[in-house]
Design a protein around this ligand. Sequence first.
Ligand code: PLP
Length: 367
Amino acid sequence: MIPYGRQSIDKKDIVAVSAVLKSDWLTQGPKVLEFEKALAKYCSAKFAVAVSSGTAALHLAYSVAGIGEGDEVITTPNTFVATTNMLLVVGAKPVFCDIRLDIYNLDKNEIEKLITKKTKAIVPVHFAGQPCEMDVILKIAKKYGLLVIEDACHALGAKCKNKKIGSISDMTIFSFHPVKSVTTGEGGAVLTNNKNFYKKLILLRSHGVVKDKKGFNVMTALGYNYRLTDIQAALGISQLKKLDKFIQKRHQAVELYEKYLVSNKNIILPKELTENCSAWHLYVIRTKSEKTRLPLYNFLKKNGVGVNFHYPPVYSQPYYRKNGYENISLPNAELYNETAITIPLFADISEKEIKYVSGKINKFFNG
Ligand SMILES: *Cc1c(COP(=O)(O)O)cnc(C)c1O
């Protein structure tokens, strides 16, 4: 089975992790600091705070932004559930905005209609690694005094108008789960240019405990244990050195898919809004007919292709349907839901595998 996504681990990664296992520090220590510096530098951000997962990063970012009870946050239904689950955890209400049918990101023209007196923030998600139209989103946020927190779990290494994702808005979230651009096994980070947010993030990451003037540990805020380990950070440092190469390989894989699939008139291939902006986390094709999507999905699965689906609209998840979202239906998100299939894309996918997957897709339609 060719998986839809997977990590690339080499000898250098293994050596880096082994070295930490022989050292004095296992949990958060010098390697975490080094990883944070490297991340901030890569993204041209002032501060990076490494944490135990992307979900933890979202929870911390929403918390330090002061998002809570009574607040509304505008986001996309085309995301992993964690984006909005963490809003529910802090007591806020996710407000779902429809998506564009060419790039599957938040439709900038739909955002303003959803703003109310309760709106506190916009959370754009750079779906599949393609950045949202951040210039427009930031302009809207400024006009209404809203915070912008990017869920960039798909988009480490992506660029928006020559700015690296991670440097642009109030806070940016990354994940280092094995299917993402680089991995630490599990892990995540919040990037920010705001020193106040940075200090609060550090505090809440580790129980809200700080050293007082006499050097004693005192608890000053209600925090968590969202620390990353030095073992994980060592892997992250080693992986980050290869990030640009990984992304370049993903771009090459996309070019090959285009070569083998471009003449197939029954499917729609994903597009970049501007050249080389995407981190190409996922490769999502859409069938032109809603009728062929499920048969194609099953045909590929039967033939050893690790197809997947990112994402059914979050509001359609049983938990959301039961908790205030029973009636919402956004037309583009619904059509997307009926036509999209994720096919394999990862840094080390071979041309042979791409040819095989493409061949099966073409065979399904041409017999
Ligand atoms: C992966 C992902 C997350 C969660 O990250 P974890 O590290 O798995 O907790 C959140 N949002 C999006 C868009 C993701 O893809």
